[in-house]
Design a protein around this ligand. Structure first.
Ligand SMILES: [Zn+2]
Length: 229
């Protein structure tokens, strides 16, 4: 049951390592900005209306993300890439367990951070089912939610997510959640966002034309690939 009205995504906090591609650097924010975003959520009339998520399983999830949440009595979902577990700059299995022990939720972001619609059936299945089973083994309990890499999905991806045992998938379509369906939208927090842009995201605001485009885009993606799948 999802009661939140909007969901946001953090990626990395601090300075991105050399392995982070140029195009992903805008998804990294400073520790001060991270603290400011959390404080802004706490200042909302209902802080619990915001679902906080982290993608990619960067080590900053544990070193900066977790303490910031715990200090404020907040919780979050951590969508982890199992193919990066234990690598430099990424969480290790015991870190995932530590996040869970601290009251955080663990979900899958797949194995190798690839756009799922582009994968052949076997590779897609491994990404969805393999990562879920690995995380379930690490956590010692069910892992049933996925954060979709690059927000990239189609009908085949959604079908296989359900088959692999997921009960919910989080995209990057932005805007308000508006229900408790299988596929729910999130919005990324980026380094170039000023306070006004942040407040708009936290309020789930979108310009009418953008909202229309988003709705049509979500519909198109959910339908696409259906005939060929
Ligand atoms: Zn990602």
């Amino acid at each position: 049951m999802v009661s939140e009205r909007v969901a946001i995504i953090f990626h990395g906090i601090g300075t991105p390592g050399p392995a982070v591609p140029e195009g992903e650097r805008r998804y990294w924010i400073s520790p001060a900005r991270y603290a400011a975003v959390l404080d802004r959520i706490l200042a909302l009339p209902d802080p619990r209306a915001v679902r906080i998520t982290f993608d990619d399983g960067n080590i900053s999830d544990l070193s900066i993300g977790l303490p910031g949440l715990v200090q404020r009595g907040l919780t979050a979902d951590f969508f982890v890439l199992t193919g990066r577990l234990g690598q430099p700059g990424s969480l290790a299995a015991e870190d995932v367990r530590a996040l869970r022990a601290a009251g955080m939720r663990i979900g899958s972001h797949g194995i190798d951070h690839r756009p799922w619609p582009t994968l052949d059936p076997e590779t897609l299945w491994a990404e969805l089912s393999g990562s879920r089973l690995r995380l379930t083994a690490i956590c010692g309990g069910p892992v049933t939610e996925a954060g979709i890499p690059f927000g990239s999905y189609d009908a085949r991806v959604l079908r296989d997510l359900r088959r692999a045992g997921y009960v919910r998938a989080w995209s990057s379509d932005g805007g308000r959640i508006g229900g408790d369906g299988f596929l729910l939208p999130r919005a990324s927090i980026t380094a170039d966002m000023d306070d006004a842009a942040l407040d708009a995201v936290l309020a789930g605001e979108m310009a009418p034309l953008r909202r229309l485009r988003r709705s049509l885009g979500m519909l198109r993606k959910q339908m696409s690939g259906r005939l060929s799948a």
